[in-house]
Design a protein around this ligand. Structure first.
Ligand code: GLU
Length: 520
């Protein structure tokens, strides 16, 4: 029988979610939705030393902003589910609250000879590491060394049994078999074989905090939560042999999930993993939302930079996946239909900040003007622009006029502020270049022409103004630039006809008069 598709995104709350993590969540989500399956969130917080307060909620909020809504693990209010219900049968979805589940599985492995208790203290291990280093070697807890270390394989039974009961410094380690070839399949990378001789005896359980390590909790939970595919970052590929062997040791190979390891997101120059430092250096965000660390330091996210979530998601989807043709624009629903792991690339995907902006421009163009207007209105408010003077029709007109030039909604102010407030000063270089005392009469004449012109629309005024300048045998470029300087305060910006017909005849005349007075 075909199993219902169930995939999970299993972040550790060790800090803000990097855009690469969002992409992993997205690919899981697309995969699940395409197959009518479930997308589950599980918080892997068994490493208490790396726990960062606020990170869990940040991760969930980020996914929500992107429209990546889990079927299981997170409730309607965006909180991790802690008690089981019909919709969330595997709760709690936070591993630290599943503590009681894991120990028996760790012990089962010891009983069956797949794992052992280890009593070496952190200091002893550190000393052995240092010694090995002095000999230019590396100390590894493995088949070679375990026989001379303090563990249940070397100590008398009564002793290790007593110590397990009485002490709290021990761990349970996986007994990596010697010289076995683990044969693995990855949905993206194909067949992989690894000899166990190079692998170490990973810690599975720690008695000091009564918690499993990532490896044990991850395998046990994927099994209990009936996960069918594990789609995660390639940093976990080296752990795959251990995970295969754990499934085998538990006798769960028949229901073992299939694995897919995603390649890294690379820096814009393609050299190495994309990091927060690259973002700071090159001026682009690497986090979806703003993050405030414990020192109060703020890092802006895509949302704060003005990216639309649809654009961000589309851009991320294309970083490492392609539909097989040239198409670049996909809504979430279209991605769900088109996505396939077969078309996910094996090599790293280079991040291009310019492309991210391109996506935003495309989505801004598709956004209904009324929606842009609502958000632009808030920016106008923050600049003290009077709502009574500039009604919705006016704002919509401005948006239609400037939409092609904007990448973000915040750009509308930079592009079009002069359609709301008259210039109180003039660009010095432009004024020096274009404003000549003999122009004053000419400007007044042009203003009179504009003032008397009907029908007062951009389409009509634009050619008429050109004809008028021509017929007077005035130098076209000079006059246009001087007029623009008078109307908007600099010689670059929207066309004269567009500005004049937007701000109106009276305002046009007033601005020309002000310029003539100020600049002469
Ligand atoms: N907790 C792991 C992480 O944060 C999950 C890895 C996995 O998906 O198995 O990367």
């Amino acid at each position: 029988m075909e199993r219902r598709t169930r995939v999970r995104f299993a972040p550790s709350p060790t800090g803000p979610l990097h855009m690469g993590g969002v992409r992993t969540a997205l690919y899981n989500y697309l995969f699940a939705k395409q197959r009518g399956g479930d997308f589950i969130i599980r918080i892997e917080d068994t490493d208490s030393q790396r726990f960062v307060p606020g990170a869990e909620q940040y991760i969930i909020d980020s996914l929500r902003w992107c429209g990546i809504i889990p079927d299981e693990g997170v409730d309607e209010n965006g909180r991790i589910v802690e008690t089981p219900s019909e919709k969330h049968p595997h709760a709690p979805y936070r591993q630290s609250q599943r503590k009681d589940i894991y120990r028996k599985y760790a012990e089962q492995l010891v009983e069956n000879g797949y794992a052992y208790y280890a009593f070496d203290t952190a200091e002893e291990l550190a000393a052995m590491r240092a010694e090995a280093e002095a000999r230019k070697e590396t100390f590894i807890y493995n088949h070679e060394t375990r026989g001379r270390l303090k563990n249940s394989l070397t100590l008398p039974k009564e002793e290790w049994e007593r110590r397990v009961k009485e002490e709290t410094g021990w761990t349970i380690r996986f007994k990596m078999p010697l010289d076995r070839i683990v044969k693995m399949d990855d949905l993206i990378r194909g067949h992989i074989e690894v000899n166990t001789g190079i692998l170490d005896d990973k810690v599975l359980w720690k008695s000091h905090d009564g918690l499993p390590t990532y490896h044990l909790a991850n395998i046990v939970d994927d099994h209990l939560m009936e996960i069918t595919e594990v789609i995660r970052g390639e940093e976990w590929l080296p752990s795959l042999p251990l995970h295969y062997l754990l499934y085998e040791a538990f006798g769960w190979t028949d229901s073992m999930p299939r694995f897919a390891h995603l390649s890294l997101l690379l820096k814009p120059d393609g050299k190495g993993k994309l990091s927060k430092r690259d973002g700071d250096r090159l001026g682009f965000p690497v986090f979806p939302l703003q993050w405030v660390n414990q020192e109060g330091e703020i890092t802006r996210g895509y949302r704060e930079e003005g990216y639309l979530p649809e654009a961000f998601v589309n851009m991320l989807a294309m970083l490492g996946w392609n539909p097989g043709d040239d198409r670049e624009l996909f809504t979430m629903d279209e991605l769900v239909k088109a996505f396939s792991l077969e078309r996910v690339i094996k090599s790293g995907a280079r991040f291009n900040p310019e492309k991210a902006k391109w996506y935003n421009r495309e989505y801004l163009r598709k956004m209904p003007d009324a929606e842009i207007a609502a958000q632009f209105r808030e920016i106008l408010d923050s600049h003290g622009i009077d709502r009574n003077r500039f009604d919705d029709t006016y704002v919509l007109g401005v948006i239609r006029l400037t939409k092609e030039r904007a990448t973000f909604i915040k750009d509308f102010w930079d592009i079009a502020h002069y359609l709301f407030i008259a210039p109180s000063s003039f660009n010095e270089a432009d004024a020096k270049k274009f404003w000549k005392p003999e122009n004053v009469a000419l400007m007044k004449q042009a203003a009179d022409f504009i003032n008397g012109f009907e029908p007062f629309t951009e389409e009509d005024l634009e050619p008429a103004l050109s004809d008028y300048i021509h017929s007077n045998e005035w130098p076209m470029g000079k006059v246009m630039n001087t007029l623009r300087l008078a109307l908007i305060g600099s010689s670059s910006g929207l066309g004269i006809a567009a500005v004049a017909t937007t701000i109106g005849k009276e305002e046009t005349a007033a601005r020309v008069a002000f310029a003539c007075k100020t600049l002469s």
